[in-house]
Ligand binder design. Structure first.
Ligand code: PEP
Ligand code: MG
Length: 856
């Protein structure tokens, strides 16, 4: 490649693609196009830098002559994405004894010495690779006298057996070579790949005329952004170092000045108001021109501000929302761009307390980030201990090997949950997300001894009941002690962004809400309805659990019915409350799903308690529990199989739903309940349940004299149900894909045990992602597409949705709308994430004008 193509002036008319010259070069060219004062700069292409690393020689003299005689330059890295890092900037390249002498005249000896000394030191350490300690005893900054300078030159000479290079062409050649090679080094490669860089990621370099920052008049360097990184409101944020260069201000905050006038110390605004005003106007020009709030890296040379770089302003998620909304309000960007500018998953940080970034973290266990947010509290090893802490109004964290329905009471009492075992859709994970509790599951390495009541960390530290810990469900870590939190804060910008998202999204967002509390949260977050009410959770309340257990222990249908009659009013009031909270929005209620033994106690102690409560010998309780035990409960007597074999349970639930429909419709909006049958695999199952539910509907209408309509549908959770979706849709109004079970059954992978090896599987790229977290589009996705096609072919009005945990995952939402599903249903706290993710998916597909693979 001819040299002319290998470096390119970053001038007004230059075409500087990111892929060829890197992001920084592209931005500098853009700033120059905006007429901003960027010192003369040349970009070296990725190909040129690769060539340099491989030993090719570039015509450096030709490049340097553009900077004129005595031109002093900096060299900066320009990867395609700044997150990938890159070799450190080298300043003052080209300085030698002759130029130093001239600078002594122009800037005065202290400044000239400091500049030359800095270059000798940086060149020796970063290019000649001399030991940094050799220079550490020498003072830095402005206080460099002639003797110090000579000593630095002498150190180089002694170590390298040659005088310090005086030829600027040689200096620059060596600097470029060393930076190009540093990029190719193994550690740098591993580091950037960990930050998401592709294997073949290249580096561009920028050679730029130095704005000196040291010398006469007001000179210095700093960074500034004119938005708060925390809130996004307009406010100057940054630091400035008078008589400084590069990152001096950031690296020595104590010696740096504030940007605006500040009672705590000196400021750029007070010292050099003209330069401050210039920077403020440059920030505004670049904000509009680059359509984003930027952080400017600047140097002041004799009172005049120069821009050396501009990167997206630092921002928290709260600030990101505010910045996007403000830019759109001012017409700088479109509303679409504002919605696209926010990372949906990050919105979760706004909805839960999270750990202050600045607090020290002492993690003792790492697991899966099952439910976001963070909480501190005392360790409770049992639901009873958790309830006791709650009664004393002390915050606690429930720590269990894994949770079972017996722990629900403990989860209600706790501020967070930590389990030794379990995956992203394990009991603890699903329930914690519903409750909005921070939760870490599968904390590999931490050993729980329930007999001694100890938790032993991988490093040997032992925790006991009552010890203070913190659960960080966003990062999947458990930390020692109490950690400082930042409380959630939903401001006006958040509401505006949500409204805009709804203008674009074309798929419904419902919530998986089991209780009135869940439903209220979901409504607060702007949900379109309830997509899944798991009715079993209503039976775990203490008073109901006892009646439920009586029903399980009942001998024969009539005794079972007697217990169910006592559950009926409780269920009816649950449903009435849900319907009322949802004000006529659709509510989809799933008939009982889990195997009955989930409602029975597991420990000997709890069995004894139950025996006392039911006035039965404990041996009988144990015998009943044993008779219900299954080798493979997930594939056993659960879901519709329960409804077929013990039909009075579904009958009671159907009655409770219809009576609640009548009650709620009398008071307010007409209710059209949706009844969902879980875990179907054969058409006959649905026929039997449908006949029974229809009969109950007729009976309730006759008894009350109130007419109502309802919708009956199935949950497709088994591969067979997906394949036979055509048959099901003849007798169903809707199909909801239970993607947790569908994933489990498609892979033959236990959702409760997968946590044990999932990290290894993902790390080894066996699975690209945890399929319980992000929908497996290739396999499970194909079953969904197939089922959707077959279902809609038979029943054009069939409503389609997903209601597994994938409903809150942006990639899975994207798939769902591309597949033509009507809605996704997710945990209440995921609703804002899902609204924005759905809007982004819609905007992207309009923009790309892709043919949408809708099911007809
Ligand atoms: C599912 O399987 O995806 C589902 C929603 O049901 P559950 O998680 O209650 O089994
Ligand atoms: Mg299921």
């Amino acid at each position: 490649m001819p040299d002319a193509l290998q470096f390119q002036r970053l001038g007004k008319d230059a075409i500087v693609p990111i892929a060829v010259f890197g992001a920084r070069a592209n931005r500098l060219a853009k700033l120059r196009q905006l007429g901003l004062p960027v010192p003369l700069a040349y970009g070296l292409s990725v190909a040129a830098v690769r060539g340099i690393a491989a030993g090719h020689v570039l015509d450096i003299a030709d490049l340097l002559q553009n900077f004129g005689e005595r031109g002093i330059v900096s060299v900066r890295s320009s990867p395609a994405d700044r997150k990938w890092g890159g070799p450190e900037t080298l300043l003052n390249v080209g300085l030698n004894s002759e130029i130093h002498a001239k600078l002594c005249h122009r800037l005065g000896e202290p400044a000239a010495n400091a500049l030359y000394y800095r270059f000798i030191q940086d060149y020796s350490i970063h290019v000649a690779r001399l030991d940094a300690d050799a220079f550490s005893r020498l003072p830095d900054g402005a206080a460099v006298d002639a003797e110090t300078l000579h000593r630095a030159l002498a150190i180089y000479e002694a170590e390298m057996d040659e005088v310090f290079p005086q030829n600027p062409v040689r200096q620059l050649t060596q600097v470029l070579r060393s930076m190009a090679r540093a990029w190719e080094g193994t550690t740098a490669r591993i580091l950037r790949q960990a930050r998401g860089a592709p294997e073949d990621a290249g580096l561009g370099l920028i050679v730029q005329r130095m704005a000196l920052g040291l010398g006469t008049g007001e000179s210095g360097a700093g960074t500034v952004q004119f938005v708060s990184p925390l809130t996004g409101e307009p406010r100057a944020h940054g630091r400035y170092k008078s008589q400084g260069q590069g990152r001096d201000a950031a690296e020595n905050m104590a010696a740096a000045s504030f940007i605006t006038i500040d009672a705590r110390g000196s400021s750029l605004q007070a010292t050099c108001p003209e330069a401050f005003d210039e920077l403020q106007s440059y920030a505004e020009i670049s904000r509009v021109g680059c359509q984003d709030a930027l952080q400017l890296e600047f140097t002041i040379e004799n009172g005049r501000a120069w821009l050396l770089d501009a990167a997206p302003a630092e921002r928290s998620i709260r600030a990101a929302v505010r910045i996007s909304v403000d830019l759109a309000h001012e017409g700088v960007i479109s509303r679409e761009a504002a919605v696209l500018g926010v990372e949906p998953l990050n919105l979760q940080q706004l909805l839960h307390p999270h750990i202050d970034d600045k607090s020290p973290r002492d993690a003792f266990a790492k697991g899966l980030p099952a439910s976001p947010g963070a909480a501190s509290g005392r360790i409770a090893f049992s639901a009873t201990a958790a309830a006791a802490f709650a009664a004393r109004e002390e915050a606690c964290i429930l720590v269990r090997p894994e949770t079972s329905p017996e722990d629900i009471r403990g989860m209600h009492s706790a501020k967070g949950v930590l389990t030794e075992r379990g995956g992203m859709t394990s009991h603890a994970a699903v329930l914690a997300r519903g409750l909005g509790l921070p939760c870490v599951v599968g904390a590999a390495g931490a050993k729980l001894n329930m007999r001694d009541k100890t938790l032993t960390a991988r490093d040997g530290r032992v925790f006991r009941e009552g010890d203070l810990i913190t659960v960080d469900g966003t990062n999947g870590e458990a930390l020692v002690g109490e950690v400082k939190m930042v409380e959630p804060d939903l401001d006006a910008a958040f509401s505006t962004l949500m409204e805009w998202a709804d203008d674009y999204r074309d798929i419904g967002i419902r919530a998986n809400a089991d209780t009135p509390a869940d439903a209220r949260i979901a409504r607060k977050f702007g949900v379109d309805g309830i997509g899944l009410c798991r009715t079993e959770h209503m039976f775990f309340e203490e008073d109901r659990l006892t009646v439920m257990r009586e029903m399980i222990f009942a001998d024969g249908e009539s005794k079972r019915r007697a217990a169910l009659d006592r559950l009926l009013p409780m269920q009816r009031s649950d449903f009435t409350e849900l319907f009322e909270i949802m004000h006529g929005l659709p509510v989809c209620i799933r008939l009982l799903d889990p195997p009955l033994h989930e409602f029975l106690p597991h420990s000997r102690e709890a069995m004894q308690e139950l025996a006392d409560a039911m006035d039965l010998p404990v041996s009988q309780v144990i015998a009943r529990a044993e008779s219900l035990a299954e080798f493979n409960p997930m594939l056993g007597m659960r879901g519709v199989r329960l409804g077929i074999t013990l039909p009075e349970i579904y009958e009671m639930q159907a009655r409770a739903i219809f009576e609640a429909t009548v009650a709620a419709s009398r008071k307010g909006d007409a209710v059209v309940p949706e009844i969902m049958i879980p875990l179907v695999s054969a058409r006959r199952e649905v026929e039997l349940v449908k006949a029974q539910v229809d009969a109950v509907a007729t009976a309730v209408q006759n008894e009350t004299g109130v007419k109502f309509t309802y919708r009956l549908g199935v949950m497709v959770e088994t591969p067979r149900a997906a394949l036979r979706a055509g048959e099901f849709s003849q007798i169903s109004s809707f199909i909801s894909f239970g993607t947790n079970d569908l994933t489990q059954m498609t892979y033959g992978l236990s959702r409760d045990d997968a946590g044990r090896f999932m990290n290894a599987y993902v790390n080894l790229n066996v699975f690209p992602e945890d399929p319980f977290h992000t929908l497996d589009i290739d396999g499970v996705g194909e079953l969904i597409l197939l089922a959707a096609q077959r279902g809609r072919k038979i029943n054009g009005a069939l409503t389609l949705s997903i209601c597994g945990e994938h409903g809150g995952d942006p990639a899975s939402i994207d798939f769902s709308r591309e597949a033509g599903l009507d809605y996704v249903s997710c945990s209440p706290f995921r609703v804002p994430v899902a609204r924005v993710a759905a809007a982004q998916s819609a905007i992207r597909s309009i923009k790309a004008k892709q043919p949408v693979t809708k099911v007809d």
